[in-house]
Design a protein around this ligand. Structure first.
Ligand SMILES: Nc1ncnc2c1ncn2[C@@H]1O[C@H](COP(=O)(O)OP(=O)(O)OP(=O)(O)O)[C@@H](O)[C@H]1O
Ligand SMILES: [Mg+2]
Length: 250
């Protein structure tokens, strides 16, 4: 992976959002899922977002990453003043060029090998074939899958699948990495491998890693823990991460 890119015009802030309001229609009424949320995330930080089910965590990620338009508020990110002012094509381009996503369900293509899953994203970004293959191989080795390059998802364990998803995300060296419950389908050992990789993406590559989780044990690795309840941020604490923490022994 290449070293950290230079930061955008918002300096240490990879994302700065103000006053995000998101409403969904529920029968005749609207429910407000984000109630004027201010949120920021810095390059190099692993920022954890925690809160009960239905509190608006996934909706917040979607509003920050240009996937779901909020009714109110703005999102400044990298070199962009208010993402939501851009055309949908440019929002997609921003996401493709700068963001990585990791979900609970891995979202791998069933027909592709581990190597192809990573390669295809790099080629889609415009990387020449040979370079894409080299970069994909290197990144899969980095997540410990050097011996599984030619396996399809059906032949990989849950932990291995999530590592492929992480490699796919890290291969393009994203400035912002969104992870939504990345460890919840994994056992302690595999969960630990995943959270350590996210920690490294922040520390070694300077990515702003925004990780939604239910698991309070993951706090050990975080630089910052933000708590959300019922569409409102109720707590925001900085802390010193412990990169050597263990999940399995808890
Ligand atoms: N497309 C939608 N239409 C209507 N309501 C929605 C929609 N998406 C989410 N909601 C509602 O918004 C609220 C917040 O949803 P969200 O998915 O952001 O919660 P969450 O904090 O990610 O929960 P979980 O921990 O269970 O994933 C929930 O009450 C949900 O039912
Ligand atoms: Mg969610």
């Amino acid at each position: 992976m290449s070293p950290t890119k230079t930061h955008g015009k918002h300096g240490d802030f990879a994302i700065e959002a103000k006053g995000l309001v998101k409403r969904f229609k529920s029968g005749k009424a609207f429910i407000e899922v984000l109630k004027g949320v201010d949120f920021d995330a810095r390059h190099g930080d692993l920022t954890m977002v925690m809160g009960p089910s239905g509190s608006g965590k996934s909706t917040l990620i979607a509003a920050l990453s240009g996937l779901l338009r909020p009714e109110e508020g703005r999102v400044d990110t990298l070199d962009i003043d208010n993402l939501w002012k851009l055309s949908s094509g440019r929002i997609d381009r921003f996401r493709l060029d700068n963001c990585g996503f990791i979900f609970q369900g891995f979202n791998l293509f069933p027909a592709l090998t581990a190597l192809q899953q990573v390669e295809v994203v790099l080629k889609f970004q415009g990387m020449p074939k040979g370079d894409a293959k080299r970069q994909a191989t290197e990144t899969l080795k980095e997540v410990g899958l050097g011996a599984r390059l030619n396996q399809r998802p059906s032949a990989l364990s849950g932990g291995e699948k999530q590592r492929v998803a992480i490699a796919r995300c890290l291969a393009k060296n994203p400035q912002i990495l969104f992870a939504d419950e990345p460890t919840s389908a994994l056992d302690g050992e595999n969960g630990q491998v995943v959270i350590r990789l996210l920690r490294r993406a922040a520390t070694e590559h300077g990515a702003a890693v925004i990780c939604v989780t239910h698991d309070p044990r993951l706090e050990e690795w975080a630089d910052r823990v933000i708590k959300i309840e019922d569409g409102v941020i109720i707590d925001d604490q900085r802390r010193t991460p412990n990169p050597d923490a263990t999940l399995a022994s808890h």
